[in-house]
Design a protein around this ligand. Sequence first.
Ligand code: IMP
Ligand code: MG
Length: 183
Amino acid sequence: MESDIARVLFDEDTIRKRVRELAAQVVSLYADLESGITIVPILSGSIIFLADLIRQMPMRRIRMALLQVSSYRDEASPGEARILMNLTGEVSGRHILIVDDILDSGGTLSRVQGMIREKQPASMKTMVLLRKPGKAPPKIQADFVGFDIEDLFVVGYGLDYAGLYRNYPHIGVLRPEFMKPTL
Ligand code: IMP
Ligand code: MG
């Protein structure tokens, strides 16, 4: 797998440190909230990030409402954000933290934020591990961002190319020869 990667952008240790900082920001923001929060992770890209993040959040009341969205169809070009699995938990009246792997064109977050807003949560914030600045329209924002990156296609730490490389522990740029629809 290592040989498929052209360049590592963030190694495991760097990611771990940043995830700890993001978790601390969330914990301090919601510290006084008796009711706790409901995390809405966008599957599947956010699974590794989510698992690490919530274990750094020593809060008594964290609930989950999972959502699966697909914006990429086996290729590295954006498509329409499709809901593959609907919310598995309550969001109305709850304090919602949406968690996604990456904010690219903003199509996914636009769809998800709109869908959650309609259900009238008590509040809604968004966290992404990665962001490609300047690509999403200004109205699509994340409140917490792990790292800003150049406009490159990256894999690892949950992010995939054609369903592959989610288990790569670092975040890296895939060699162009491995980004072929025939693979
Ligand atoms: P957006 O809808 O264009 O903002 O893209 C968001 C979704 O596309 C993310 O949740 C990812 O699943 C996927 N995506 C965008 N950029 C990348 C990338 O560089 N590598 C892997 N997946 C990506
Ligand atoms: Mg995704």
